[in-house]
Each structure stands twice: as C-alpha cells, then as structure tokens.
Write a protein that binds this ligand. Sequence first.
Ligand SMILES: [Zn+2]
Length: 303
Amino acid sequence: MIEKFSLGVFLKKYSDNDKCLEKIKDLRWSNGIFCKQCEKITKFYKIKGRPVFECEFGGSHQVSPLAGTIFEKTTTPLQYWFYAIYIMTQTRSGISAKQLQRELGVTYKTAHRMFKKIRLLMTETKGDLLSGNVEIDETFVGGKGKNRAFKPNFSEIPKEVIMGMVERGGKLHTKHIPNTGKYTLLEEIQKNVDKNASIMTDNYAGYTQLSKYGYHHFSVNHSASEYTRGEIHTQNIEGVWSQLKRGITGVYRHVSKEYLQSYSDEFSWRYNHRNDINIFDSLLKQVAEVKILKSSQLSPIQY
Ligand SMILES: [Zn+2]
C-alpha cells in the first residue's frame, strides 16, 4: 500500500517556512553544494532572517535557493506557496485562483499571481512522441457567458478548439488550435505523434487523408452510430474531454481564450502524472527545473 500524502503528512513535513526553503535548497543542489572557497562539498547553513545559506566554515560563498525560481522576490510566505501547490495537485480538475484566495486568506491579486506562476511549472516540456495506439480528437469550448444575451444567433458565438491526443496507457497532449482545418491538425500530429503509431479518430473529414501522409489511420463512424470496432475507438480522449469540460464549467465557470492553453497544459500535466506516487513532489521538483525569465518564458536553471 502506498501511503497517501495526506494534508496531515504535508503539514508535518512543511511546518514552517524554513523547512520549505530547506527543501528547495535540497532540490536545487541534490548532490550537495560545492564551496568555492573550501574547494569541496560542504554543509551550508541558513543565515538568520534571510533566505540565504552560507558554508559551515564561513567565508563569502553564499547561495540563494529562491533566485531564478518562481519564488524569487516573493513576499508571500513559502509555506503558503507549498500549500497552494499541494491543493492544486489534489484534484483531477484543479482549483481556481478564487478558491486559492479563500483557502489562503490572501488577496485575489496575490492568489492570481501565485496561481499563474504555479501553472508555469505545469507547462509540459517536449517529451517523446506519442506511440502505440494514439486516439486523436478535437473539442469545442466556450461560447457561453454574458455575450450570449446580445447574440441570439448561437452560431455567431465563437467557440474555441482544443485538439487532444492520448496514447493509450500513456501521455496526453492538448493544444488550443486556431481552426479544425486538416493542415492545422496534421501539423500538430506531425509534431507529437510517432510515424509508426496507430492513430484512431472519428470520421471527421479533417483526418481522412492521414494515411496519405504515411500514418496508420483507423476511424470509427460516429455519424453512423459506430463507436467502437474492436480496438478501434476514441473512448479515452472522449473521457478526457468530459473531465476537461467539467473542470472548465465546474471549477473555473469560464476560461477566457487567452488562458485556454495554460488551462489545457495544467489539465494535461495532472493527467500525465496521475500515477505518480506523490504528485505534489513531482510538481515541486519543477521549481528547480523552471527558471523564470519574463512572465511566461521558461528555460532550465543554469548553475
Ligand atoms: Zn566553505
């Protein structure tokens, strides 16, 4: 039995800001810190009142674990950040900035800023191409909200498209795409799916020429009420859509166009780490990997 990382366990482990800071130091320098003056790996101790550590033998070599991370220059206690990361990983559909505000008792502005930064950690880095059986589909979101009253013709309300690809038993990739044209779809497939994969889709016209581009393509004819033919179906990606939409309507009420990709990334990240023993640790590890350049640029931290 895997011990659940319960709130109680979490609170005990990160009972104060120093424990959180220590954890980030350990994540960033997992093999110990090499002191330039002593010319060897030494112990580094925290300087009182500052998020800075210095060598046990004194001297001038100091390290700041928060520099370059999403926590750099924060005035919000680290423990709040850790708790926010904890609760953002505990549900399938996530929580909103508004919920974060309520849970932490901070202002909405602070909650929103934390939320955005934590989401940066959930940006999926380019991994292996999806292979094996890969289900591909697209879904429409949006079209609701206050504009509806002024637009009696629903077809005029722009809907946004999210394309999804899921490897059975493997990873999910989602992308907010501008349209459902076949070249848009093809481009995403070429970027993310292995040439030897078996692609399963419905009978949407945008996919019919996939085999012409060298893919093994199988489809089920949803318009003729055919949903599964042996191995050929799109049930996994459809399950993803229903969960993603439940998240959008149930948790966030509405996700504006500009945040749709970051919501999709957050959703995919959580899906892709669903079997992790400790998903909180998985996300926290990203703190050491993701360096904040500008508001949304990412790159690995240089040491
Ligand atoms: Zn030293």
